[in-house]
Design a protein. Structure first.
Length: 368
């Protein structure tokens, strides 16, 4: 009982001291002169902590608590296959999109920094792998036989490319590796196909969603901070890649449990690239709806990029140069790219859109 009273008394005393010192820190010397040695034995540690709080302008509790995020994952199983993938819940919230003017290697198109609000969504724990993406190209007889009539008719209505003449992995490997070399259009048609097969709506992330998930509650250049010496622990990039991509999840995840948000392969987003996007978009669920094939926003950097391109706010604009060696030009111009460094990651809204909303979405992004 006596210890509880002492604890309560000291707690009350500490609060009073913090308030007092923040108002007039110079009085600390006077306080030390008039207090006894015994009292100082207890008081001095509190004064040191209190002054530290005043100088910083905020308490330690005000710092972002990365550990407070509880990872929630669901696994999507593709019907009649042993193929699945994990989706991580990204909570609704606000974040500062873009990079501050004093960030090293910042580019002008990364500002002005703005407060953005986003609804909750699920995002692929890993970059999409070949085992899932190649189902899109193949006529899986067992899969077709088990689908309901409406899903089957939906798939039949989706135009799909024939398998490419060349190895789209460029000989770098497929099992366990991220799918690459597809255009943004191909990635979106895949998402429509996957939505039809699974009955759950999937799409590419908006640029804002991608950056929010990449930052994962941080305001630094990378999700692990500003210390570039740590990058080898979190990213596959040109200095450690040995000139090819790595299996997904080879490095440490970000604070929200997402792997390879920095490096390995760059990732398509849903946005058309505009240099002044942050200045012209709304603050809630911003999206620059695409009106052209290129440029589109690519995020994350790749195994072939230097560290500055891997920053969370860094932006890359796509161009027709990515398709200059497409072996299926002109017949399959939209499907493949000359880009062995670009892939994508799936997103699915927590609150699923209605069928009419989905129909309107596909009409918008696929120009149907």
């Amino acid at each position: 009982m006596i210890f509880e009273v002492i604890n309560e008394t000291l707690g009350w005393l500490f609060k009073k001291i913090v308030i007092f010192l923040c108002l007039e820190p110079k009085l600390i010397l006077s306080m030390l002169r008039i207090t006894s040695r015994v009292f100082n034995f207890f008081l001095i540690p509190f004064l040191i902590i209190a002054l530290g709080s005043c100088k910083s302008g905020k308490s330690a509790a005000a710092e972002p608590d990365k550990k407070a995020h509880t990872e929630e994952v669901f696994t999507e199983n593709i019907p009649v296959t042993d193929i699945s993938f994990d989706m991580v819940l990204i909570p609704e919230g606000n974040f500062m999109m873009g990079s501050p003017e004093d960030q090293v290697n910042r580019k002008a198109d990364e500002g002005p920094v703005k407060n953005v609000e986003l609804d909750a969504f699920y995002m692929g724990k890993y970059e999409l792998g070949w085992e899932v993406f190649e189902l899109f190209f193949k006529q899986n007889k067992e899969l077709f036989q088990t689908l309901e009539a409406d899903k089957l008719s939906g798939i039949d209505a989706i135009t799909r490319p024939s398998p490419p003449y060349e190895d789209p992995s460029y000989g770098m490997g497929k099992v366990g590796y991220p799918a690459i070399s597809m255009s943004a259009y191909s990635a979106l048609v895949f998402c429509k196909w996957l939505s039809t097969v699974t009955g759950r709506f999937y799409r590419l992330p908006t640029e804002a969603e991608w950056e929010y998930a990449a930052k994962a509650g941080t305001n630094t250049a990378y999700s692990f901070g500003d210390d570039i010496s740590k990058i080898d622990e979190y990213a596959v990039y040109y200095k450690n890649s040995d000139n090819h991509y790595a299996k997904v999840g080879s490095k440490l995840p970000n604070p929200w449990g997402l792997y390879d948000m920095h490096g390995n392969v760059s990732e398509w987003t849903l946005d058309e690239y505009k240099e002044n996007a942050l200045a012209i978009t709304e603050s809630k669920n911003p999206w620059v709806k695409p009106t052209v094939i290129h440029p589109r926003v690519i995020k994350g950097g790749s195994w072939d990029d230097d560290a500055k391109t891997l920053r969370s706010s860094a932006r890359i604009a796509s161009s027709l140069k990515l398709q200059k060696r497409d072996p299926q030009i002109p017949k399959s111009f939209w499907w493949n790219t000359d880009s062995n460094f670009i892939g994508f990651r799936l997103v699915s809204p927590k609150v699923q859109p209605t069928k009419e909303e989905q129909k309107l979405f596909w009409q918008t992004v696929l120009d149907e």
